[in-house]
Design a protein around this ligand. Structure first.
Ligand code: PFF
Ligand code: NA
Length: 448
């Protein structure tokens, strides 16, 4: 075994660590709430399994073929007259944008771990005030927790694949699964559980609009970490002779299950307290803390466990976003891992600081451009524009540029002829068109 490569299980946990994050536990439940539940979940599942999983497999395939950083990988696999495709590898730069707002939210979670044990808000109004005053006025605590998150992420990456990434995921991911299982069992015996199941799986056409399809498709990409060479880069550190199709399917299923379990837990709690599910982004930071407080002592433990789970999920995702750029700098620019890590982390830290400040009262005017503040711009640019472009490029690359014999030889032993053909068709036609339409809609060029 290569000393600086993931073991099979190490890879699965790390890739699942990347996929399972804020997208699953924070975002999925609230967008499901806003878009009417059942049908939304159905569209989301269809996209994840038909398009998302195919691109996921493509990224794992590419990384595992060369065991090199994303740029070198695409360059090596391009025919001589098409070496310019290597620029596709630079989609990892999208990570810098995500790394600006993602650790800011991790900072909020750290703050709420402390709130859980010290002072849960006693009603909804108070809960809203608590979150808003933290977000808008408490600049110093926000920066403190944000800095903590950044240091932890950078430290893990500086330690490398085995001692940093794999070790961190080996601890955090099983703990996350353990906590979520416990919370699920707890919520099954709540009165609101049945209603939660109904809400998530029973189609409610009232709140479902055509734009909900776009939200579902966009989220399917974000949730699987695809379209920015993250999964490709992790797969580049995978040992040879691993069934890459099976590993990919396992990760996609884990990501989906955890999103659904998180939804069931949150909605069971919300419905038991007779509250509304469609409260938007404040579901986790405003609605839940107030309900936890009403539950008494048990609520304190539940709140703490919940925010720890959320922190674990988010940290393992954040480290995966940093790795591709670092691996590139180490391999192509001859930087040491430490220097590469701290340079990229510092850049992201400064940009993230601006994103953080753009939410605060004192700086929001200066840091708002057009309809959005910086925080929202970074989120929008990465998930509505850069990730979809990355997804299209990867699909087109394996569909039209990569030698078919190469993909055949690597995939057929694991998926058979028929599925290979379906996969290739998805790469050539279905994924590029679907993503392109989605993107035009999100940036407002066409409207459904
Ligand atoms: N998949 C992560 C989530 O659902 O929260 C977010 C993410 C991680 C996106 C890594 C992109 C990425 F490269
Ligand atoms: Na996810």
């Amino acid at each position: 075994m290569h000393k600086n490569r993931f073991s099979r299980i190490g890879f699965i946990l790390a890739a699942a660590g990347s996929a399972v994050g804020l997208g699953n536990i924070w975002k999925f439940p609230y967008i499901t709430g806003e878009n009417g539940g059942g049908i939304f979940v159905l569209v989301y599942l269809a996209t994840v399994f038909f398009i998302g999983m195919s691109i996921f497999i493509a990224e794992v395939l590419l990384g595992s073929l060369t065991n090199k950083n994303a740029v070198t990988t695409i360059e090596t696999l391009s025919p001589p007259q098409k070496k310019y495709w290597k620029y596709t590898g630079f989609t990892f730069l999208t990570g810098i944008f995500i790394l600006t707002f993602y650790p800011v939210v991790i900072g909020w979670i750290f703050n709420y771990m402390v709130v859980s044990v010290s002072s849960l808000p006693s009603n909804f109004k108070e809960s809203e005030n608590l979150f808003m005053s933290f977000l808008k006025n408490d600049i110093l605590s926000q920066i403190f927790y944000y800095t903590l998150a950044c240091v932890l992420i950078a430290y893990t990456i500086s330690k490398g694949v085995k001692k940093g990434i794999e070790k961190m995921n080996n601890i955090l991911m099983p703990s996350l699964i353990f906590i979520l299982t416990f919370l699920l069992i707890y919520s099954i015996q709540l009165d609101g559980f049945y209603k939660a199941v109904e809400f998530m799986f029973y189609p409610n056409f009232e709140k479902f609009h055509s734009s909900s399809i776009i939200v579902a498709v966009g989220h399917a990409f974000f949730t699987l970490s695809i379209g920015m060479a993250t999964i490709l880069t992790y797969a580049a550190s995978l040992d040879k002779n691993v069934d890459i199709v099976r590993a990919s399917i396992t990760v996609v299923i884990m990501d989906t299950l955890i999103a659904i379990v998180a939804g069931l837990i949150i909605f069971s709690i919300v419905f038991t307290a007779a509250q509304e599910p469609g409260k938007g982004a404040g579901l986790v930071f405003i609605t839940l803390p107030a309900i936890f407080n009403e539950m008494g002592t048990i609520g304190i433990y539940l709140a703490l466990l919940f925010f720890i789970a959320l922190a674990f999920a988010a940290i393992t995702s954040a480290i995966s976003i940093l790795e591709p750029t670092v691996m590139y700098l180490v391999e192509r620019k001859n930087m040491s891992r430490k220097n590469a890590t701290y340079s990229v982390a510092l850049l992201a830290y400064v940009l993230g600081l601006l994103a953080l400040l753009s939410n605060t009262e004192s700086f929001s005017t200066a840091l708002t451009f057009g309809s959005k503040n910086l925080f929202d711009w970074f989120d929008f640019i990465s998930s509505a524009i850069l990730m979809p472009i990355g997804g299209i490029l990867i699909a087109l690359f394996v569909g039209y540029v990569l030698d078919k014999e190469v993909s055949r030889k690597a995939l057929i032993p694991f998926m058979g002829e028929t599925y290979y053909k379906i996969w290739l068709f998805t790469m050539k036609i279905v994924a590029p068109i679907a993503i392109f339409v989605l993107m035009l809609n999100e940036i407002g060029i066409i409207k459904f």
